[in-house]
Design a protein around this ligand. Structure first.
Ligand code: KG4
Ligand code: ZN
Length: 344
């Protein structure tokens, strides 16, 4: 089994070739950081144009790197949502054209399912069901992953995603975009107790998240001129960690027995986040699984892998007229929460 994966839902253009034996034969990721940096965030129209320019050469490159042709693939998988619709359409239309021309099945993959199953690409021993903290620039959710295509969402954010809060904090502190890695680096030089910051929803009964108030508090702390940027970064990261741990512990209490605590999504690249969750897992006698950072941030290997998992689980390929979806919840039965899903 060999699947070509395509990802274009946000600001990473990516292509990858993955086998059913979990081998990533080749992968390429073109980040658009420079294109969006002047605006301090992703500009959808710029992103869509950049995907359109970069995707075809990236696909040619991974095929050449792996020494295979499209004819050697068993399917083409592409993110079909959720995400910035212009970018998603570029990737999905490209996948449709390749599938049609090469007479291959098309797999229209949910980007969130890509993140949710990426830990199983990295770790063959990871069995269903597992608890998943999915923390990225657009999403902040706690899920019970019961199987391929079977997700129970216990919590989501009622306002901003955590990655977004990292990005806004970076913007406030003048650290540039994307902010997560920059805030993490600066936080290492600061005192996490120096700046009093709120822990929104800490201790509340439902395991939901909220980060908008924390972001505003960072803005005020910086505006006061009373604190070193490194102390603000460290205190922000600590407040976010406290919230993550409290909320994750709460959600674990609402799940059945799980085989592991798993973290995925761009914020899972953060070393402090990984260490804190590892501590929580070991206190609960749970395995802790975090994919390598390259599989945490947006990539196409996770999309190809989700396609492979879907085929293995008996899901049919998708019709060539399937539409791109700006919104596509993993658990359609989850109750909508105020503010959640405002971001793609
Ligand atoms: O999964 P991802 O690449 O894209 C989305 O689907 O959103 O996640 C990107 C997010 C950005 O907000 C970025 O700032 C954050 O992940 N991120 C980090 C780190 N690396 C990336 N946040 C905190 N610490 C990091 N080291
Ligand atoms: Zn993502």
């Amino acid at each position: 089994m060999l699947v070509l994966g395509i990802e274009s839902s946000c600001d990473e253009t990516a292509a990858a070739l993955v086998t059913g034996e979990r081998q990533i034969l080749a992968q390429a990721i073109a980040s658009q950081e420079e294109a969006h940096a002047p605006y301090g965030g992703v500009v959808p129209e710029i992103a869509a144009r950049a995907h359109a320019e970069r995707l075809a050469p990236l696909i040619e490159r991974v095929l050449a790197d792996a020494g295979v042709s499209l004819g050697d693939c068993n399917a083409v998988a592409a993110t079909a949502g959720p995400g910035l619709i212009g970018g998603v359409m570029v990737g999905l239309v490209t996948a449709k054209a390749l599938a049609m021309a090469s007479e291959l099945p098309l797999l229209a993959v949910n980007h969130l399912e890509g993140h949710a199953l990426s830990p199983r690409l990295a770790d063959p021993a990871l069995a269903f069901p597992y608890a998943l903290l999915l923390v990225s620039g657009g999403h902040c959710q706690l899920l019970e992953v019961q199987g391929v295509g079977r997700y129970r969402r216990l919590a989501t954010t009622i306002d901003d995603a955590l990655g977004e809060a990292f990005d806004k904090t970076a913007k406030i502190l003048g650290l540039g975009f994307p902010g997560g890695p920059a805030v993490e680096r600066l936080a290492a030089e600061g005192d996490p107790r120096a700046v009093p910051l709120p822990r929104p929803l800490l201790g509340s009964a439902e395991p939901h998240f909220s980060f908008a108030g924390l972001k505003s508090a960072v803005l005020r702390a910086h505006g006061s001129g009373a604190h070193r940027p490194a102390d603000i970064a460290a205190s922000f990261q600590q407040a976010a960690l406290d919230c993550l741990l409290d909320r994750t512990a709460r959600a674990l209490g609402g799940m059945g027995e799980v085989s592991a605590l798993v973290v995925a999504g761009g914020v899972a690249a953060n070393k402090r986040v990984r260490a804190a969750l590892e501590g929580l897992a070991s206190a609960r006698a749970l395995r802790f699984v975090a994919p390598p950072p390259i599989l945490c941030t947006d990539n196409a290997a996770m999309i190809a892998w989700a396609g492979i998992e879907r085929l293995d689980a008996g899901f049919a390929p998708d019709p060539l007229d399937i539409a791109a979806r700006p919104r596509w919840p993993l658990d359609p039965a989850a109750e909508p929460v105020r503010g959640a899903g405002v971001k793609a």
